[in-house]
Each structure stands twice: as structure tokens, then as C-alpha cells.
Ligand binder design. Sequence first.
Ligand SMILES: NC(=O)c1ccc[n+]([C@@H]2O[C@H](COP(=O)([O-])OP(=O)(O)OC[C@H]3O[C@@H](n4cnc5c(N)ncnc54)[C@H](OP(=O)(O)O)[C@@H]3O)[C@@H](O)[C@H]2O)c1
Length: 290
Amino acid sequence: MAGSENVVAVLGTGIMSAAMARNLIEAGLKVRVWNRSREKAEPLEESGATVADSPQEAVEGVGFVITMLADAGAIAEVLDVDTLSRLAEDAVWLQMSTVGEGGNEGLAALAADAGVTYVDAPVLGTKAPAENGQLIVLASGPEEVRPRCALVFEPMASKVVWLGEAGAGSRLKLVVNNWITGLLGVLAETVALAEALDVDPARFLEAVEGGPLGVPYAQIKGKMMIEEDFPTSFSAKLARKDTGLVLEAAEKRGLHPLIAETVAKRFDEAIRAGHGEKDMAAIFEAVKLR
Ligand SMILES: NC(=O)c1ccc[n+]([C@@H]2O[C@H](COP(=O)([O-])OP(=O)(O)OC[C@H]3O[C@@H](n4cnc5c(N)ncnc54)[C@H](OP(=O)(O)O)[C@@H]3O)[C@@H](O)[C@H]2O)c1
């Protein structure tokens, strides 16, 4: 793999992937980016990335390819066996999007068909942690490539947790996402309840701040709900996708998580009302008094 180790292809230049690519460039890696909508990739040229015209061109001879796209369907549209066969010998595919259990299995099978080493590595953290190189990577995959992956993970992460065989990362990500979206759903209902009871919801946030009930996440998302201003760190549309992945994994094992079901319905309602591209906190729009 002489010379290709420090060449990284980043497929996707969305909220997360653009920030991740910038941190890789700052760490001195050679980065090629590709995005379906080319104009969203072009600003990265100024930061030092090479913008490729196709996924094939992006991955030609690279030591690592990172996928950070919306979902498993998008990745399957972008990568096939032929494209993956263009990577350098011994290259590693770091699949960092949130794709759930079934999505991960399908993509791992694609990697196996192409003879490419596959690391399942979804992340915790949103836009600001991605920009600041403070993501938490939930990595799983073959032991022999783990030391090598540090080259790519270190510039983007404050912590890398290696969990076992590929798939373990995606399973833990589902668990954390259930926690996050459940919290968001109850926060939206709590802010709406405060308003309905003629209690200033800012007083609720003040009352819990700093104590054991005062989750910092509630302060961030709660303020968005109170102001009804939802600049996107993580879109409601993709949060709905993640709730669906939680439900799929839970139901496969005979669990019927009613809170996740309700949250999914609330997201559907918010998306139908035109809030899908806004931050996930816009779930509040489906909950508040009309
Ligand atoms: N934002 C967060 O806080 C966060 C945190 C942890 C994990 N994640 C996960 O990270 C992944 C990316 O999230 P994000 O927030 O960065 O999303 P985003 O800003 O909406 O970006 C989505 C990316 O996927 C591409 N895409 C969508 N459908 C496609 C298709 N059919 N074919 C090719 N490309 C397609 C988009 O291309 P276009 O530009 O052409 O639309 C864009 O590059 C998701 O799996 C998400 O669940 C996000």
C-alpha cells in the first residue's frame, strides 16, 4: 500500500462529513471528497481537498474510504463491488454513517464481496463536535487494522471506543440514539406542558440546570424549542430515520418500545408539516399547542 496510507476518500460532504474532512486535511492527510451535489463539496477545495467528479475517481488507489452519507440506501447507490475494487490493496472502508443493524450487515457483505476490510464506525456527537474534532467513534472491526485506523480517527475524535467485530458499533449507536430521541421527545412535551400551564419554560430549564436532572442536552435543545428556531445540527428527517432503525432492531427481538414509536410518529408529523430539514428539536412543532 506504499504511499496510499495517508490518502483518504470522504464520500459525502454533508454537515458531518464536511467537518470531518476538514479535520483530516488539517492533520496533514491528503483528502479527496465526492458529493452527489457537487456544489456542496466545492468549498472544501479551498481547505485543500481534491473534489472528485465520481465516487470511482474519489476512491482510486486510496488507503481509506470514509462513508458519511444519509443512510444505507444512499451508500449502496454510491459504492458497489467494482468501485470498491479500485481502492489500494489492504485499504480500509470506514463506514461512519448511521445505518442500523440490517444496513450494517448489507454493507459488510458488500465489502466482503469486494475483498475490502470493513470497519463499522458510527459516531456520537453532532455538528459542533464534528467541527472541533471532538466526536466519539464507536468502532468495530478486525483487530489487525485498528492501529492503522488511528491515523484517520484521531484528527476527528476525542475518543475512539473499539467494541469487537463489525456490527457492535452500530448496535451501541442504536442504544444511544434511543436515549437521545426519547429524551428529545419528552423534552418537547415538557416544554409544551409548561406553556400550556402558563409556566415559563425557561424557568423549567433554569430549575433543573446544574443538578442531576439538568441534562446539558435539554438546555441546548430546550432553548431551540422555546425560541422556535431550529438551526440544523442534525435534521429531523435523519433523526426519524434513526428512530426507525431503533424500532426495527427492537421489534426483531420481540420488544415493542412505545416511547420510540411515539417519537417516530411525532417526527412524521413534524416532517409532514415541512420541518424535516430543520434540527431534530423541531419535533416540538408536532407537540406544541396549536
Ligand atoms: N448531524 C449529526 O448530528 C449526526 C450525528 C451522528 C451521526 N450522524 C449520521 O451521519 C450521517 C450523515 O449525517 P449529516 O447530518 O451529515 O447529514 P446531511 O448533512 O443531511 O448529509 C447527508 C449526505 O448524504 C448524501 N446523500 C443523501 N442521499 C443520497 C443518495 N441517495 N445518494 C448519494 N448521496 C446521498 C447527501 O448528498 P447531497 O448533498 O447531494 O444531498 C449528503 O452528502 C447520517 O447517517 C446521520 O444519521 C449525523
